[in-house]
Design a protein around this ligand. Structure first.
Ligand SMILES: CCCCCCC[C@H](O)CC(=O)SCCNC(=O)CCNC(=O)[C@H](O)C(C)(C)COP(=O)([O-])OP(=O)([O-])OC[C@H]1O[C@@H](n2cnc3c(N)ncnc32)[C@H](O)[C@@H]1OP(=O)([O-])[O-]
Length: 759
């Protein structure tokens, strides 16, 4: 077979430069004068497409067998001078088919021996990397004697992100190629590296160069042994302080893992490479791989991977869907309100290279907002190579600040991010619907308010949509997208496209108070406060939730976000403050249990970090180190005495179950009402917006692993003990699923009669 595909698109690099500054993989060129045997590695290695002359689709077993047979044939055929492994359709390989890991049949199939076979080949084997080389794909490349890469190729070992480790000898070869620090960084974080800017000394070849190189055959002269090109034979590069380096690295890995097993086991596998000969290291890698494969966390993380992709395919109960709706292009956007959320949203848009107009109500607020946005952008630019030039945020055509609504005439999309005040939002939307061009989309960044009511203030309700960003908006990945009664499919598709451009995960949900995310958060936060009333402490509750894997417990979170935010909302709802009817019992609202504790803290000026005091005490106003506060402990005792609440010891199990099961319970109601079209939507929301530990797969996935009968039984027990707490009364949908014999999560929605949007 002669090589007539691909070569013209490769730019050859002598070194691969890695974004974080170190230079790692040494690329040598393989160029072959005569005949080259070409393998096409398909996008996922579970299929093989042999390029010429016809296409053939085969399974992983056949692919691995074909690779083995092909290598043997190439070795035996004297007319073949070298073997080239490349991808099809511009992609080298995305690694193993993740779905295959849940199949017991597939688990037995090993890629490692094939990689070894490649490495043992007597003829030079080269990986020609274009597009992505991930996971098993990169491990195949590591088994080759040479790697050449397209300048835009992206490479990585992302197994850790799906709860595994590189199981085809990658944890043993990569440290030998790039050294321990770089290998550990790649393998324990799963980061994907790209060349971005060719570093000094990298040779970029043009098409004629490639041809010339082919003719000149610059790889090892024929007959010279390939030994030095076989990574398994190379020693791991030594570090003067390897032991100290490894113990420090382990501390860092553990700190970032938040209970996720894979990073630490990835570390152990790389450590084995530093301590043991190659073959023993491979055995250790296999042992650790099997631990992870059966840990449960791998299933959760792989579920999360597919859930994130499934939510892109949105549908609504009225039948609108991603299939038939086309997004409109957004050439220019506007943001109204430069408070915490607005600043983050402007930053996000600038980072996505969408020209933005930022509007405030007066010059004083505008100047404050401008300063804050510039600060954020400077910081973001510093994180990016060539950031400042790329973002170009000093250019008024890219970012304009104004107090004049008329400037919004030509924008394609507006995101309003003012206070959570319905009257104010309606006034703004009324104005926007008069000023903006007819095709412009009007988005509201609200965390709870009724989209239909906001839309009613405009003459174009079909172009009004909720876009709920999460703070800090330029960092958090979630964008909850809320359609109202009249929102058109094009508007939903445009908001989803915007999420993608902003590098966020958009999740489409229906309209109800708090939408999906916050609505599930209310019973969780409520339980946390009830637990304090009954005898617990903020630090005990936070500890249990953080041990579960959340980055931050409910009280630390509340201090960070500011207690005044919820206070303002509760005052608006008439639950506290001057609009509360006289004679309302302190611990009851509308016949249900209510805790005035957060209101009392606010009345004491304790708004959280910003005031230096909240559920915890801080070193100063704006401080970040939470310390248990004796004042709060005695305040809680007095409160219990005042309300004659008997203090009791509350164990960790009860804390966890009451907080999480009430949240999950609300999730079942949300599904039953058609507010979210599937459990994976709620899981993606919780993982990306609320810090739910990904290795637990999201709340609904977690519920499926705990067992719905157990959750139901516990909710029944707690609701009997607290009959005045509606959040603990089991959802009818949960009861139905238990009665149907606990069907698997992917079947839940089929047990619903017609979904029905609440508002
Ligand atoms: C055989 C046993 C061997 C055991 C030895 C271990 C070997 C090795 O160490 C283990 C691995 O390789 S572990 C693997 C390590 N590799 C990884 O973890 C790579 C994970 N993948 C990615 O990072 C991204 O998908 C890409 C960057 C590849 C493409 O990004 P993009 O262009 O934004 O596109 P997109 O929207 O993201 O995906 C398009 C469609 O492809 C689907 N799909 C994708 N990859 C898949 C996979 N591996 N699998 C299955 N499906 C995969 C995806 O679901 C979607 O399907 P849909 O039905 O259309 O929704």
């Amino acid at each position: 077979m002669s090589i007539h595909t691909h070569t013209h698109i490769y730019k050859l690099a002598s070194k691969l430069h890695v974004q974080s500054g170190y230079t790692v993989i040494f690329f040598k060129y393989l160029i072959c004068k005569n005949t080259i045997y070409t393998f096409i590695v398909p996008f996922l290695i579970s299929m093989l497409i042999l390029c010429q002359p016809h296409l053939l689709l085969v399974s992983v077993e056949i692919f691995l067998q074909a690779l083995e047979d092909g290598l043997k044939r190439a070795d035996a055929d004297p007319s073949v001078k070298a073997v080239m492994i490349c991808g099809e359709n511009g992609k080298f390989s995305a690694g193993a088919d993740i779905k295959g890991f849940s199949s017991p049949k597939r688990r037995g199939i090993a890629l490692g021996p094939i990689v070894s076979l490649i490495e043992r080949s007597e003829k030079p084997v080269v990986a020609a990397i274009e597009g992505v080389a991930l996971g098993g794909g990169l491990e195949v490349a590591l088994g080759c004697h040479y790697r050449i890469a397209h300048v835009k190729a992206r490479m990585g070992l992302p197994e850790v992100t799906i709860g595994l480790l590189p199981g085809a000898e990658g944890t043993q070869r990569l440290p030998r190629l790039v050294g321990v620090p770089a290998a550990l960084d790649m393998i324990t974080t799963g980061k994907v590296l790209c060349l971005v800017i060719p570093p000094k000394g990298v040779k970029i070849c043009s098409l004629p160069d490639v041809d010339a190189l082919f003719c000149n055959s610059i790889f090892l002269p024929p007959g010279q042994p390939l030994g030095p090109r076989r990574l398994s034979l190379k020693p791991v590069p030594k570090l003067p302080n390897m032991e100290a380096f490894l113990s420090e690295a382990l501390v860092k890995v553990k700190k970032q893992a938040h209970g996720c097993l894979a990073p630490e086991l990835c570390f152990q596998a790389v450590k084995a490479a530093t301590e043991q000969p190659f073959a023993d290291g491979v055995r250790r890698e296999q042992e650790l791989f099997n631990v992870l494969l059966t840990s449960g966390q791998a299933q959760a993380l792989q579920y999360a991977f597919f859930a994130e992709r499934a939510v892109q395919k949105w549908t609504t109960p009225s039948g609108a869907s991603w299939k038939s709706a086309s997004p409109q292009p957004i050439h220019k956007a506007a943001v109204i309100g430069l408070g915490t959320m607005g600043r983050g949203i402007v930053t996000s848009l600038v980072k996505a290279k969408i020209p933005v107009v930022a509007l405030e109500q007066d010059l004083e607020y505008l100047n404050m907002g401008r300063k804050a946005v510039m600060f954020l952008l400077e910081r973001e630019a510093m994180k990016m190579e060539q950031g400042a030039q790329t973002l170009d945020f000093h250019n008024p055509a890219r970012l304009q600040f104004t107090v004049d609504f008329d400037v919004l005439r030509d924008v394609d999309l507006v995101i309003e991010a003012v206070f959570e005040n319905m009257a104010l939002k309606k006034e703004i939307f009324h104005k926007l619907s008069r000023i903006c061009k007819p095709g412009a989309f009007l988005c509201t960044n609200t965390s709870a308010l009724n989209i239909n009511e906001i839309a009613s203030a405009t003459s174009r309700p079909q172009q009004v949509i909720g876009t709920h960003f999460f703070s800090p908006a330029h960092v958090m990945k979630l964008l909850e997208i809320i359609y109202g009664h009249h929102t058109s499919p094009t508007t939903i598709a445009t908001a989803m496209q915007l999420a993608k451009v902003l590098k966020k995960v958009g999740v489409v949900v229906g309209n109800c108070f708090g939408f999906a995310g916050n609505r599930m958060m209310f019973p969780y936060a409520q339980q946390a406060v009830f637990l304090l009333e009954e005898g617990s402490r903020p630090e005990a509750v936070d500890q249990v939730i953080e041990d579960f894997g959340f980055r931050i417990g409910p009280f630390r979170m509340s201090d960070l976000a500011g207690l005044d935010v919820g206070w303002r909302s509760r005052k608006g709802q008439g639950l506290t403050g001057p609009s509360l009817p006289p004679g309302t019992p302190a611990r009851q609202r509308h016949g249900h249990r209510y805790s005035p504790l957060p209101d009392l803290l606010c009345e004491n000026g304790r708004f959280g970090q910003k005031t230096g005091k909240g559920w915890y005490q801080y070193e100063k106003a704006g401080g970040r180190t939470a310390k248990p506060d004796p004042w709060l402990h005695s305040f809680l005792s007095q409160y219990r005495d005042t309300h004659r609440i008997k203090t009791r010891f509350i164990d960790q199990e009860e804390i966890l179950e009451r907080c999480l099961f009430s949240l999950i319970n609300e999730g079942f109601d949300i599904l039953a009402e058609g507010i979210a079209s599937g459990p994976e939507h709620l899981d993606v929301i919780y993982i990306n917006g609320y810090g739910w530990p990904k290795h637990r797969g999201g709340p609904m996935f977690y519920a499926s692993t705990v067992g719905l009968s157990r959750i139901l039984a516990k909710l029944q027990k707690y609701s009997e003990a607290h009959p005045d707490v509606p959040g603990l009364q089991p959802s009818a949908f949960l009861k139905k699923l238990v009665a149907m014999g606990n069907p698997p999560l992917k079947e839940w929605m089929s047990y619903l009669s017609r979904p029905n949007n609440k508002l």
